[in-house]
Design a protein around this ligand. Structure first.
Ligand code: S3P
Length: 186
């Protein structure tokens, strides 16, 4: 029997809507999103992964061969397509929510959750992989700091904000579930 303190045992006001995680590279959108989906018994999609599958190329290769503008066009199409699927958990690429059309459709069709994390945490996490073309530069840390500043006005338009801290992912998953309980359909 689920315990009263288990946030996933409460009625879900957000049934019927995809939960879309937005936020910077290293915020934990994919890792946390996958676990959130497991907990809710939903499918999980990662927009970057879907773009790679559709293009048959890695994100780095798409940037290198076709440029960022093409990547952004693909990202918009992929997210639009994913939002037609049954309610799931969606990890969006860090830049997706900046596009006005993508932001509008996410806000209309999904519950958007900004996974926010401090710069130290983001920087520590992004250094584990070299697959992010925007950070393949000598001043990557400064660039990440600038992206955080530039993008905050967009991410802060998400329906909910959850802080992504280091530590067990279940803490962040539970924080998202708790935040979702406060979501009121517009
Ligand atoms: C990007 C973030 C990446 C990926 C691409 C661009 C961005 O996704 O979409 O490298 O503009 O912030 P993650 O946020 O999953 O790393």
């Amino acid at each position: 029997m689920p315990s009263d303190t288990d946030p996933s045992s409460s009625p879900l006001p957000f049934e019927g809507r995809t939960i879309a995680l937005v936020g910077l590279m290293g915020a934990g959108k994919s890792t946390v999103g996958r676990r959130l989906a497991e907990k809710l018994g939903r499918d999980f999609y990662d927009s970057d992964h879907e773009i790679e599958k559709a293009a048959g190329l890695s994100i780095s290769d798409i940037f290198a061969k076709h440029g960022e503008a093409d990547f952004r066009r693909g990202e918009k199409q992929v997210i639009r397509r994913l939002l037609d699927l049954q309610p799931h958990v969606l990890a969006t690429g860090g830049g997706a929510y900046l596009d006005p059309d993508t932001r509008a459709i996410l806000r209309e069709r999904a519950i958007t959750v900004w996974l926010n994390a401090d710069l130290e945490t983001l920087w520590r996490r992004v250094q584990k992989r070299d697959t992010r073309p925007l950070l393949q530069r000598a001043d990557a840390r400064d660039h990440l700091a600038n992206l955080a500043l530039d993008r905050e006005p967009f991410y802060s338009q998400a329906d909910l904000v959850v802080h992504s801290k280091d530590g067990p992912h279940t803490h962040t998953v539970n924080a998202i579930l708790k935040a979702l309980q406060t979501w009121i359909p517009q």
